[in-house]
Structures are given as structure tokens and as C-alpha cells.
Design a protein around this ligand. Structure first.
Ligand SMILES: Nc1ncnc2c1ncn2[C@@H]1O[C@H](COP(=O)(O)OP(=O)(O)OP(=O)(O)O)[C@@H](O)[C@H]1O
Ligand SMILES: [Mg+2]
Length: 441
């Protein structure tokens, strides 16, 4: 394997140093200028995790890709925690390995360039309608600035309401495709049986009711960008088709024979950990690597609270304008209340809270009384004294009960139940199978 990698990566123009054991590898790291490490987790002389930690000590910014056997995903997760940047499950093809390596080197390059750029210019990124005072959001925008003009596929990650839609649009608007269409498709909202025709279109007579032919979103997005929201919810048969389009940029309409070629830039988003879906086998690995060329993770609001005052003013300006009110001022205690909150619903929740406050305030001042935060887990004494779980129930039983209840409330509609629970449809299916609710689909 080591020789094979040496030859194959060498052919790609990389300078490859090989080491048969951990000690030799570390020596090489100290002696040479190394851009990236590929290592197995089972090494002679040292355990793989120890090696990772030692290597990080030599160079903390070094990208390390680990190879690990199928079924030892836990070790892979440990490796990621210890600082590995990605993992490849054995057995793998050279193409998969190269894809991961190229992605890591690209990301590293973007980071380096951004650092030097910012250091040289003290540059701050500014995009219309995006508040980003904090370092964390500036980092996000720096990557946006780098990748937008390129055609690379972008995978946006982040909790619900952090601004994935907003960033996807910014990428489009700052690309060479800005004058082309921006087409969005939300995987959660499309029933499985309509997915294919929605994405790829259909020809007249493709199915009962297809009285005309219709182009799909891929065709509509030609010369522009396609935003695939909630990518984790794409059903398995469509994942295969998507993979082909990503590889070959061509497809056929449903019921059609003509091969259609498109020039589309793909931006995908997920608010779940796609890795979990990979491990559960509900999301194809090959597709994941195709999508995850440039990952951009948008931090939750609680991790960049410095942006709250600017965000509040941004939303205040918008809602007062929309309501034909005079610009309102927020009092210091009211702002403090907003700063102290943990924002489980992120920027969207803050936006809603400000909108409600503007609607409720009778004068031009927003004060503590005008602010209504979803009670959520409140921190007062009474709540702290109350039992967390119903009598005699374990956390797991309670969780199962909540899942069943969601399904009841959604009258069996899994997409709806999944939304209530903040799970992807696939993740819900997986949990249902675990608690023995059969899937009749
Ligand atoms: N940095 C920001 N500056 C200004 N407005 C923001 C920012 N981040 C998010 N918003 C606003 O917050 C709202 C929610 O953002 P958006 O819809 O992009 O989130 P999302 O990550 O796509 O959420 P979901 O996962 O639910 O689809 C939008 O109205 C958006 O304009
Ligand atoms: Mg969104």
C-alpha cells in the first residue's frame, strides 16, 4: 500500500516521502518540509493516535489523512478528535484517496493565502446584507471570497438558521455566474417519487399525467448555480444519479433518451452531520467526497456573540423600514438580555425576536419588556429543582417516546415528524428502525 501510494501520488507530481514506522515518519517530519501526511492507524512502534499527537506537535497546522478499516469508524472518529483532518475507509480506490488529498491541500492553500492576504492588508470582508464583525464570520467570508470565483463544489454545514442560504447566495453573487440563474432545491420538501423529475425534468409521456415535457432544476440552473439544500435528505436512488451528474455533467430527462449537458456550479448544504449519515450508510461516500470539495462550516450564533449588536441593528433597520416606523433604539439592558441568551435557533431566531419586538413596542424604544425569548431550558431555581425526566424513564425511553409522539402529531408523515425533531428524514428512519417501528415505504 505504501509503495502504491508513493508511485501513484508521485505520478501526480507530489514529492513523496515514505516511512515504514511511526518513529521514521516523525523523523522525516522534523527534517523535511511536509504539506500533508497520509497514515494508517495501526503502526509498528507506536499507536496511530500517539503518532497523530506527536506529528501535531511538530506542526499543528499539518493536514493528516488517516486510513482505517471499514467497521472501525470509532477509531476514525477518535483520530478526527486527535486532529486528523479526514479519513479514508479501507478498502479504497486511489481516486478516492487522491480526492481527499486534493481537498485537504486546497483547503490548506485557501487558509494560507487568506492568512497572508489578511496579514498583508488587514483585510476585512464585507458582503451586502451579511453581518460579520467577529473573527469566526470573517473567516467564513474569507473562504467565500476565495472559492466564489472558482467553479468548485461547496458544501455548507451548520445548524439551522446560521445563514447557509445567505452564504450560498453570496457565493453565487460573487462568482462569474452572477448574471446566470440561482436555483434552489430543498430536498426535505420534495416527496421521494417526484425527486428525479424535479432535478432532471421529464419528457412528455414519461409517466401518467406527463402531458408536456418539462426541464428539471439542473437544466434551469445552466450557466448559473444550483443550491441543493438539506443534501442529507436526498433519497438513495437519486444520490446515484447525482453522482453521475457531478462526474460527467450530463444526464437524461425522465423518459428521455437525449443526453443533456449542463454547466452548473453546485452548492450543497446540510444542517446535520453528514458523517453520521455516512456511518449509518444512508448517504453514499463517493457522493460525499464529490460534494465536500470545499467545506465551509458556519458557526452557531452562540459561538460568535460579538455579532449580536450589529445583527440587532441590521434587523431593526429592516423591520422598522418594512413597518413604516421610525428607527427604534434598543436599550442597554435589552441588548444585554439578547447577548446573554444561548440562541438555539441561531440568527433566524434572533431575527424573529427583533421582528416581534419592533411589532410590540409602542414607542421608539425597545426595552426588556418588548423582548420575548422562547422559554427553552430556563435557568431559574424552580426549573433546576424539577426532575429532568418523567418518573422511572431512562433518557433513551424518553427519546423514543418523543419520536413516537412526533410521528403521531405528524399523522405518520415522516418528513414532517423529522422536521419537528430537527432530524433528516433518513436519520429519523434509522431511529425508527432502531426502536422497531417498521417502515412501510
Ligand atoms: N451573518 C448574517 N447577517 C445578516 N443576516 C443573517 C446572517 N446570518 C443569517 N442571517 C439571516 O438569518 C435568517 C436565517 O438564515 P438562513 O435562512 O440563511 O439560515 P439557514 O442556515 O439556511 O437555515 P436552515 O438550516 O433552517 O435552512 C435569514 O433571514 C438570514 O438573512
Ligand atoms: Mg436554509
Amino acid at each position: 500500500m505504501r509503495r502504491l501510494l508513493e508511485i501513484s501520488l508521485g505520478e501526480d507530481g507530489h514529492t513523496v516521502h515514505i516511512a515504514a514506522e511511526a518513529e521514521a515518519g516523525l523523523k522525516c517530519l522534523r527534517r523535511e518540509v511536509i504539506d500533508l501526511v497520509v497514515t494508517d492507524l495501526k503502526l509498528p512502534g507506536m499507536n496511530g493516535l500517539e503518532f497523530l499527537q506527536e506529528a501535531k506537535r511538530v506542526n499543528a497546522a499539518l493536514p493528516i489523512v488517516v486510513m482505517t478499516a471499514y467497521g472501525s469508524v470509532e477509531t476514525a472518529v477518535d483520530a478526527m478528535k486527535a486532529g486528523a483532518s479526514d479519513y479514508v475507509l479501507k478498502p479504497f480506490t486511489m481516486a478516492e484517496m487522491k480526492l481527499v488529498i486534493r481537498k485537504e491541500l486546497d483547503v490548506q492553500k485557501v487558509r494560507d493565502e487568506n492568512r497572508t492576504l489578511r496579514e498583508a492588508l488587514g483585510k476585512r470582508y464585507h458582503y451586502q446584507n451579511i453581518v460579520a464583525r467577529s473573527g469566526k464570520m470573517q473567516e467564513v467570508l474569507a473562504i467565500v471570497a476565495r472559492v466564489a470565483p472558482a467553479n468548485s463544489t461547496v458544501l455548507l454545514g451548520g445548524e439551522s438558521g446560521v445563514g447557509k442560504d445567505l452564504i450560498a447566495r453570496a457565493i453565487h453573487q460573487n462568482s462569474r455566474r452572477a448574471s446566470g440563474p440561482f436555483i434552489k432545491i430543498n430536498s426535505t420538501a420534495i416527496p421521494d417519487n417526484l425527486f428525479e423529475s424535479e432535478l432532471f425534468g421529464y419528457e412528455k409521456g414519461a409517466f401518467t399525467g406527463a402531458n408536456n415535457s418539462k426541464p428539471g432544476k439542473f437544466e434551469l440552473a445552466d450557466k448559473g448555480s444550483l443550491f441543493l439544500d438539506e443534501i442529507g435528505d436526498v433519497p438513495a436512488p437519486i444520490q446515484v444519479k447525482l453522482l453521475r451528474v457531478l462526474q460527467e455533467r450530463e444526464f437524461e430527462r425522465l423518459g428521455g433518451t437525449r443526453t443533456i449537458k449542463v454547466d452548473v456550479r453546485l452548492v450543497a448544504a446540510t444542517n446535520k452531520d453528514l458523517r453520521a449519515a455516512l456511518e449509518q450508510g444512508t448517504f453514499r461516500e463517493d457522493l460525499y467526497y464529490r460534494l465536500n470539495v470545499v467545506p465551509i462550516d458556519i458557526p452557531p450564533l452562540r459561538e460568535h456573540k460579538e455579532d449580536i449588536p450589529d445583527l440587532v441593528h441590521h434587523f431593526l433597520a429592516r423591520f422598522t423600514r418594512e413597518n413604516g416606523k421610525e428607527m427604534e433604539i434598543i436599550t442597554a439592558p435589552a441588548l444585554k438580555l439578547l447577548m446573554d441568551y444561548h440562541w438555539p435557533g441561531n440568527v433566524r431566531q434572533l431575527e424573529n425576536t427583533v421582528e416581534r419586538a419592533v411589532a410590540l413596542s409602542s414607542d421608539d424604544l425597545i426595552d426588556v419588556d418588548d423582548i420575548h425569548l422562547d422559554s427553552g431550558p430556563s435557568k431559574n431555581a424552580a426549573a433546576a429543582a424539577a426532575p429532568l425526566l418523567p418518573e422511572g424513564m431512562t433518557l433513551e425511553q424518553w427519546e423514543d417516546e418523543i419520536i413516537r409522539e412526533a410521528l403521531r402529531r405528524a399523522q405518520g408523515n415522516k418528513s414532517q415528524a423529522a422536521r419537528m425533531l430537527g432530524l433528516s428524514r433518513n436519520a429519523l428512519r434509522y431511529r425508527l428502525s432502531k426502536i422497531g417501528v417498521v417502515d412501510e415505504e
